[in-house]
Design a protein around this ligand. Structure first.
Ligand code: HEC
Length: 293
């Protein structure tokens, strides 16, 4: 499992070292493109997303839940191999109308979560994709009761283990995920608003990992490394060589399971680097659209 993040990083390094036919335009190697409806606008899809709709206050547990929600390594089997996380389908806890995964989706925005590709436990024989619910809406709350203590927790454990062939997570992981999901509510944001995708969101996720009960615990560490991998995807090419080296270095430090005391400062420095290089990164719609040409 842990090998995957390294494999992604190595693949990304290789892709960027290959001579580019377009000269200075960096190679775009962003995972999310692999489950994107080809008729959707990739620049819009990769630079904006449905707005965050969370009721305040967002507890440390809910912040950690957001980190876990974006971690492919929480899921097992084919879903994890493909790099899918909860957030791939529920972008920012919402829906994803452009989700199109070969064999799993029918129309864009749908998924068959009882498909044998993800798990044999819940697999049924029929191809029955359904729309991916926006978890912040009333319609995204029909299948599982969030109010009654323990019900959402039981659902999430079963979902990870049975639907996505994951290993049963520790109870703190489930509690954090449940806390995050409970904050999602469209009452906390204007309808149909979108927000820019940014390195800032990844940095908040990384910071949330530092308040984990045990940063060395596998799930948080994996989730933090996945966030670093997503930053790595957005800063390609030679011009970001130093930043990329630092991201790999930080990922290694986390992998070793012994993050130094001053890792918070390391993240502050990283934030400065990311901000400084933002205009030339693939978070910029102009740079991205040039690179995708
Ligand atoms: C492949 C896309 C996909 C992934 C990955 C995914 N989901 Fe979902 N999720 C769906 C679909 C589709 C449904 C609706 C299923 C149904 O109605 O039977 C759903 C339903 C749900 C519901 C129930 C909503 C309700 O009506 O109460 C919750 C909660 C949820 N997902 C959370 C998660 C979490 C947490 C993860 C990660 C562990 C995750 N999902 C990963 C597609 C996905």
């Amino acid at each position: 499992m842990r090998g995957r993040v390294i494999a992604i990083l190595l693949a990304a390094v290789a892709a960027c070292q290959a001579p580019s036919a377009t000269g200075s335009a960096p190679a775009v190697n962003i995972d999310a493109l692999r489950w994107l409806d080809p008729s959707a606008d990739p620049v819009a899809h990769l630079t904006v997303q449905p707005a965050t709709c969370q009721t305040a206050p967002v507890s440390p547990s809910a912040q950690r839940g957001a980190l876990l929600f974006s971690s492919p390594l929480l899921l097992g089997g084919q879903a994890a191999k493909a790099g899918l996380s909860c957030a791939s389908c529920h972008r920012n806890g919402r829906g994803n109308s452009a989700f199109l995964f070969m064999g799993i989706s029918g129309a864009p925005g749908t998924a068959d979560v009882t498909h044998g590709l993800f798990s044999t436990v819940r697999a049924d024989e029929t191809f029955n994709p359904v729309p991916i619910p926006d978890l912040a809406t009333a319609e995204g709350r029909t299948r599982v009761d969030r109010e009654q203590a323990g019900v959402l927790e039981t659902f999430l454990t079963a979902q990870i283990v049975e639907e996505f062939s994951g290993t049963a997570p520790e109870s703190v992981v489930i509690d954090d995920l449940a806390a995050y999901i409970r904050t999602l509510d469209t009452a906390a944001c204007a309808p149909n608003t979108i927000e820019a995708q940014s390195w800032r969101a990844e940095l908040s996720l990384l910071r949330a990992g530092l308040i984990a009960p045990d940063v060395r615990s596998g799930s948080y560490k994996d989730a933090m490394r996945a966030a670093l991998g997503r930053l790595y995807e957005r800063y390609p090419g030679q011009q970001h060589a130093d930043l990329r080296t630092d991201l790999i270095q930080l990922s290694r430090v986390l992998a070793d399971g012994n993050p130094p005391e001053d890792i918070g400062q390391t993240l502050d420095q990283l934030a400065e680097q990311l901000a400084g290089a933002e205009a030339g990164s693939l978070y910029s719609p102009e740079v991205l659209s040039r690179a995708l040409r």
